[in-house]
Design a protein around this ligand. Structure first.
Ligand SMILES: C[S@@+](CC[C@H](N)C(=O)[O-])C[C@H]1O[C@@H](n2cnc3c(N)ncnc32)[C@H](O)[C@@H]1O
Length: 302
């Protein structure tokens, strides 16, 4: 049976901006199901090397099968991109010719009910990107106190009804633990005043809550700045970093980190404004709708 793969977003823009050539060493920090990696490998082989990283074992297994035709031009690492320095050390790599980050989760993860990322699929409240990590969405939703839940929903989801949702979560779990995605999604919908349920939300009322809990479970925003700093430190002169983000909180971290590094004379920002998906891309791949690509180039004064 053919595997359902994630459709890579802004593919031409990512490839076009990396200035790829045969023989280069490139890092895909968020391998997923290997869509970006496959195109990178076509451009850097023969002689090139791709270091492919993901926190998710399932993603690595899918990509290993998909990228098998490239043989040992690709090396797979199960790990967190915040540990890029250790991963490159293990690979014996000291300098790289480019790196791509395609943040967030893939549609393969989103659609798998067992992973608990989707409020549209009944599944366990999990949301861990790395199946080996200890803290799941269940742990946060059932153990944080009301004000911690409220803060999480505001800080990582900018959820307007954060106080009401947190209150109902705590009330509900006194009766029974919140164990499933649909239980949480229904509870969020009930927390929102009836007159706002349709008119105010173009998106499903649980979208922001699920985003917030996922970011908190995986500490996605806390690690991003440090990962970008590490990535830039490994780039050769004029080598490029491309980062795709999917929500404003993530994009803000990328924008500010790039600006700081540019002010310090470490990079030049190539994309004054982030690149976004064209209408035709959004048409065929609606999940590219909110994607933003920022690119920068390393400057080493010799
Ligand atoms: C949007 S998908 C990438 C899709 C990929 N570009 C493709 O074409 O298939 C994001 C991937 O990054 C992984 N990921 C997210 N945060 C990570 C982190 N801190 N370290 C390593 N992988 C991470 C997720 O598990 C997911 O597989």
């Amino acid at each position: 049976m053919e595997e359902k793969l994630h459709v890579p977003v802004l593919l031409q823009e990512v490839i076009g901006n990396l200035n790829l050539k045969p023989g280069q060493t490139i890092v895909d920090a968020t391998l997923g199901t290997g869509g970006h990696s496959q195109e990178i490998l076509k451009m850097i082989t023969p002689g090139g090397r791709l270091i492919a990283i993901d926190r998710d074992q399932d993603a690595l297994e899918i990509s290993k099968r998909r990228l098998a035709p490239f043989g040992n031009a690709v090396e797979f690492f199960h790990g967190n991109f915040v540990d890029l320095d250790q991963i490159l050390d293990k690979a014996g790599v000291h300098k790289i010719d480019g790196i791509v980050f395609d943040l967030g989760i893939s549609t393969v993860q989103l659609r798998n009910p067992l992973r608990g990322f989707s409020f549209q699929e009944e599944g366990p409240l999990d949301m861990r990107l790395d199946q080996q990590s200890y803290i799941s969405a269940y742990d946060l939703v059932n153990n944080l106190n009301e004000s911690e839940i409220s803060d999480m929903l505001w800080t990582f989801g900018q959820e307007r009804w954060h106080n009401r949702i947190a209150h109902l979560v705590v009330e509900e779990r006194q009766i029974q633990p919140i164990t499933t995605t649909t239980q949480l999604a229904n509870l969020v919908a009930r927390s929102i005043p009836a007159r706002f349920r349709r008119s105010h939300y173009r998106i499903h009322p649980a979208t922001r809550t699920f985003q917030a809990v996922r970011i908190a479970v995986n500490r996605e925003l806390e690690i991003l700045e440090s990962a970008l700093d590490k990535a830039v430190a490994f780039l050769e002169n004029q080598a490029r970093i491309s980062v795709i983000s999917f929500h404003s909180l993530e994009d803000r971290v990328v924008k500010h980190t790039f600006r700081r590094l540019e002010a310090d004379g470490i990079i030049n920002i190539i994309t004054a404004k982030p690149l976004t998906a064209t209408y035709s891309e959004v048409d065929v791949n609606p999940s590219s709708r909110s994607s933003k690509l920022r690119v920068a180039e390393r400057v080493i004064n010799q």
